[in-house]
Design a protein around this ligand. Structure first.
Ligand code: FAD
Length: 466
């Protein structure tokens, strides 16, 4: 392919910010402070031409390339140690087509930006729990949403991907143009090139019952049993999680929640149209009434609200924090599983994890998405995620040790599968595709990136070659 002369000039004149410069610090910053990126050079790219120039400059210096957006997954991916790191922050903003019910999202946009653009049209996306998570990293890794039992794994909502190859070629993958690449991008584990934009499907939302209710973890056993019993027959409009939390007494954490371990049930119940609102309320009541009857919540934020409220339900930290964690997909949640979970992370367990979560799957998560990507469903019944910050007396080693303890306790129900977006530690066992799928995705990578320039960006466990 021949590049236009202005592109060549940009490429030849590109300089790559070095450690110590403000540009480097901005581009290399990560959300997970426990996994700092230490590239030789780091650059924020705001246009396709800038991204292409950065790739050329990295090539000229013979340096490997990594790509990120927010660094929420910094601890889950191979450490960035040397090479050139591109932070994608492409200009243009989120553009919603209310008739087609799609959004074009430039790489670098966060889910908060998508929700803000879609909500005025009565539309929502299969976003995760935190407004600050980057759209591209979340979608490439699968994406497990509080709408997920309605939408399925979020990667399958991607209709098109715009990507810059290692050789600087702009490629668009959609159902008509390169469907094989679109298939591999949706959950294949990354490492194909620099994604510069995605087009995603949206769905109607009128109102949502969403929030979180918190109890002392002293009531964990009956609360967990009631939540699990409700989950067994829950409608698809409802997706929830149960968390055991050890929250520090810091600003932003209500003092009542920092007094000791608490159990939280949070999530979202969707009313796609105004007519569905009574049914959504009934579904939320069917979940919450039995829980509220067990004990009075310390705090209860569940309410009928608009789509933006879903981003507040989980109370995720907005600012960068250090954390170390683990993730498993579980086959079920019987009484023995619940005992094992609470024995490892509940009251009296000595768990240093700030949060130990069971996320409800099933519903659309369990059904292969029509025309979906390589990660088109999960058979697992629940996702486990647990993490904590290495602060004060809690060391990284203590967190690692406890992650191993939880993993051992839950081993009988561990499916051996993971979802890349939920993985919390690069070194943990992980696998989300079978051998045949992995080989097929590897063939697509080899076509797009024959020189292996993006190999470092492949999610651990997502390739047969490493
Ligand atoms: C507080 C918090 C809440 C979360 N909630 C959820 C949740 O509800 N559901 C869920 O599924 N996950 C959740 N996650 C996990 C999150 O989805 C992953 O960490 C995801 O990878 C973050 O995407 P990012 O682009 O922000 O992260 P980054 O760390 O910037 O990117 C992750 C990876 O994506 C790839 N990538 C990013 N941008 C590009 C690009 N432009 N081109 C090519 N490759 C790129 C790279 O391989 C990169 O290493 C949460 C994480 C945190 C910390």
């Amino acid at each position: 392919m021949t590049l236009p002369s202005d592109v060549l000039r940009t490429a030849q004149s590109a300089t790559l910010p070095a450690p110590g410069s403000p540009e480097y610090e901005e581009a290399a910053g990560v959300f997970n402070l426990a996994a700092p990126a230490r590239p030789d050079a780091a650059v924020t790219v705001r246009t396709v031409a800038e991204a292409r120039a950065a790739l050329r400059a990295a090539d000229a210096r013979g340096l490997p390339v990594r790509v990120h957006t927010t660094g929420h997954a910094a601890g889950a991916r191979r450490p960035v140690d040397g090479g050139v790191l591109l932070r994608t922050r492409l200009a243009g903003g989120v553009h919603v087509d209310p008739v087609a019910r799609t959004a074009r999202v430039p790489a670098g946009a966060t889910w908060g930006e998508v929700v803000a653009a879609a909500a005025p049209h009565g539309l929502a996306a299969a976003h995760g729990s935190a407004a600050g998570v980057g759209v591209v990293g979340y979608l490439l890794g699968g994406g497990v949403s509080f709408y997920g039992r309605h939408t399925g794994i979020a990667a399958n909502s991607v209709r098109a991907v715009e990507l810059l190859t290692a050789d600087g070629e702009e490629v668009r993958a959609d159902a008509a143009a390169d469907p094989e690449l679109l298939w591999a991008l949706r959950g294949g584990g990354g490492g194909f090139g620099v994604v510069t934009a995605v087009e995603i499907g949206l769905f109607p939302v009128a109102r949502v019952v969403t929030g979180g209710a918190y109890w002392s973890a002293a009531h964990a056993r009956p609360l967990l049993a009631a939540w699990r019993d409700w989950a067994a027959g829950a409608p698809r409009r409802a997706t929830t999680s149960l968390r055991i939390m050890n929250l520090p007494p810091v600003p932003g954490v209500p003092p009542v929640l920092a007094a000791g371990p608490v159990l939280c049930v949070d999530g979202a119940v969707l009313a796609a149209t105004a007519d569905e609102e009574p049914e959504a309320r009934r579904a939320a009541d069917a979940l919450l009434a039995p829980l509220r009857a067990i004990a009075e919540p310390l705090l209860d934020t569940w309410a009928l609200t608009d789509a933006a409220g879903v981003l507040d339900a989980h109370m995720d930290p907005a600012d960068p924090v250090p954390f170390v964690g683990d993730h498993l997909l579980l086959s079920g949640l019987g009484d023995d599983t619940a005992d094992a979970f609470l024995g490892a992370v509940g009251e009296g367990s000595g768990s240093p994890l700030a949060v130990a979560t069971l996320r409800q799957l099933g519903g659309a998560f369990a059904e292969p998405a029509a025309g979906g990507g390589v990660l088109d469903h999960t058979d697992a019944a629940y996702a486990y995620m647990g993490s904590g910050p290495p602060f004060g007396p809690v060391t990284v080693a203590a967190l690692e040790e406890h992650c191993a303890r939880v993993r051992a306790a839950l081993a009988p129900w561990d499916t051996g599968r993971t979802i890349p977006s939920l993985v919390e530690g690069a070194g943990r066992p992980q696998r989300h595709l079978d051998a045949e799928q992995t080989a097929a995705v590897d063939r697509v990578r080899a076509r797009l990136d024959p020189r292996g320039r993006f190999t470092g960006d492949i999610a651990p466990g997502a390739t047969s070659s490493r």
